[in-house]
Design a protein around this ligand. Structure first.
Ligand SMILES: Cc1cc2nc3c(=O)[nH]c(=O)nc-3n(C[C@H](O)[C@H](O)[C@H](O)COP(=O)(O)OP(=O)(O)OC[C@H]3O[C@@H](n4cnc5c(N)ncnc54)[C@H](O)[C@@H]3O)c2cc1C
Length: 451
């Protein structure tokens, strides 16, 4: 029986493990193994809600061992340090908790390796950025940001009450570098969180005058992937929340207290977050396979690395050039479509190998329909502007026509993207129960985490 090892249980990897487990694993046709450094899965597009305190990841995340038990795959927690392609094995770092070594360095062999490692923040070599800004690459980092934001508000509120602050100046300055979806969504949620925390008297600041949230974007518009009219709409919504939007502004360096732009202007930052771009993890560049300038592994139409028939890569860590659309973007929508494709492709690949073994030669094999290569379909993009608004574009993949959407209806559609992910992982009944529980929880609990 072939062993398929999937590294990375994110938006794409967990869906693939679930689909392969439900088919090949359940039928005993392959051993499906998922490896991730974390014990649970949190859907990355919602990380800004963890950073703003709207979402509690402990409650929302999916435990990998439970998903594995329900869907006929195995889960191993560990950080992949290196991959030996010649020996077809991956090596996991020792697992340590509170200084105690729970598990030593381990190797796991594979017949097929699927890399779904996601992406990490790209600082583009800007001096001081890596040392002084926070990032939103995972739940831990999002929690760090949330705690620093709440604590900064509490501490500044105390100072204000003592009269120990400059009159007329903002008391907490949050600077978000990058006006893409992550930056815009975080800014909007943070503004609502500052208000909610004030309402619960967690801090003594005026959430609009004392908490200054700024977005710095190098391009002419926020949300460069959307039409300029939608970008304008998003910018004016953010401004209505009191958020400062600075476009055509490039960051030159970062210090512990400020983000400095290319004109030399210092933007005071009690808290700075970098959301200006991503690249694939360094591990991808260490495999000896061709990668692009973002470290993404080049893959063919079957999502396989052309130089190694045993290695597949997809999602943010892979570079796939779609014949009609060019390079596919690092988005959850792509990771989902590729997971669906790979689940079919790998099942067919195994079935063909079994037929070949039975028939003895390719000529004697029964004819089967070939599976076409992967094609990306862009169904559009939605960006949340807080609990009640969103903007975006919906694309008809067949007709090719796009419609612009905004306001509360767009926000409702935005919420459905997560339901779709839950549907892929849990099926209809369980997804419906989760949705109901989330809705009830939102009705009875404060809208943000208060400490
Ligand atoms: C704040 C935010 C908002 C976003 N909003 C949207 C949106 O609205 N729409 C959209 O389409 N996309 C959005 N994205 C992008 C989207 O989240 C990614 O494109 C998507 O998650 C990529 O899926 P993936 O499976 O490739 O990787 P990920 O979901 O990032 O998963 C990677 C997994 O690999 C694991 N891993 C990494 N390295 C190792 C290792 N060495 N060993 C073991 N495990 C490892 C990680 O723990 C993680 O579980 C957003 C991203 C962010 C950060």
């Amino acid at each position: 029986m072939d062993t398929i090892v999937i590294v990375g249980g994110g938006a794409g990897g967990l869906e693939l493990a679930t689909r392969l487990g439900d088919t090949l694993g359940k039928a005993g046709r392959a051993r499906v193994l998922l490896v991730d450094r974390s014990p649970g899965h949190f859907w990355k597009p919602l990380l800004h809600t963890v950073a703003s305190g709207k979402c509690d990841p402990q409650v929302t995340q999916i435990e990998f061992p439970a998903q594995a038990a329900d869907h006929h795959f195995e889960f191993i927690q560990g950080e992949v340090m290196s991959i030996d392609r010649a020996a077809r094995s991956i090596e996991l770092a020792p697992r340590r908790v509170d200084g105690l070594e729970l598990q030593p360095r381990r190797s796991i062999g594979y017949d097929k390796l699927v890399l779904a490692l996601g992406s990490v923040t790209n600082f583009f070599g800007i001096p001081g950025a890596a040392a002084h800004v926070l990032t939103l690459d995972n739940v831990t980092e999002a929690e760090v940001f949330r705690k620093r934001f709440v604590n900064a508000c509490i501490e500044a509120g105390e100072r204000k009450q003592r009269g120990d602050c400059a009159a007329g100046a903002a008391q907490v300055n949050v600077v978000i570098v990058g006006g893409g979806a992550t930056g815009v969504e975080l800014a909007a949620e943070l503004s609502h969180s500052a208000r909610a925390l004030a309402q619960y008297k967690v801090h003594a600041l005026d959430p609009v005058k004392d908490v200054r949230i700024s977005i710095i974007e190098r391009g002419q518009y926020l949300l460069p992937h959307l039409h300029a009219s939608l970008s304008e709409r998003a910018a004016s919504h953010l401004r209505s929340l009191g958020i400062s939007v600075l476009t055509n502004t490039s960051v030159a360096s970062v210090t512990p207290q400020a983000v400095i732009d290319s004109t030399g202007h210092e933007h005071r930052a009690d808290l700075a977050l970098w959301a200006a771009g991503v690249e694939a993890p360094a591990l991808c560049a260490a495999l000896g396979l061709p990668v692009n300038r973002m470290n993404q592994i080049a893959v063919d139409a079957t999502l396989r690395a052309p130089a190694d028939e045993h290695v597949y890569a997809f999602g943010d860590c892979a570079s796939f050039i779609c014949p009609d659309k060019g390079a596919v973007p690092p988005r959850a929508q792509v990771a989902h479509q590729q997971a669906v494709y790979l689940a079919k492709h790998m099942a067919k690949h195994l079935a063909d190998a079994a037929k070949l073994a039975k028939a003895g030669s390719v000529a004697a094999m029964p004819k089967a329909g070939a599976l076409a290569g992967f094609r990306y379909r862009d169904y559009g993009s939605l960006v949340s502007l807080g609990p009640l608004a969103a903007v975006g574009v919906l694309s008809g993949a067949v007709t090719g026509k796009s419609i612009h959407v905004g306001g509360a209806a767009a926000r409702l559609l935005y919420g459905m993207m997560y339901q779709k992910h839950m549907l892929a992982l849990h099926g209809m009944a369980r997804m419906a129960v989760h949705t109901l529980v989330d809705w009830l929880r939102a009705k009875v609990l404060p809208p943000v985490k208060l400490h």
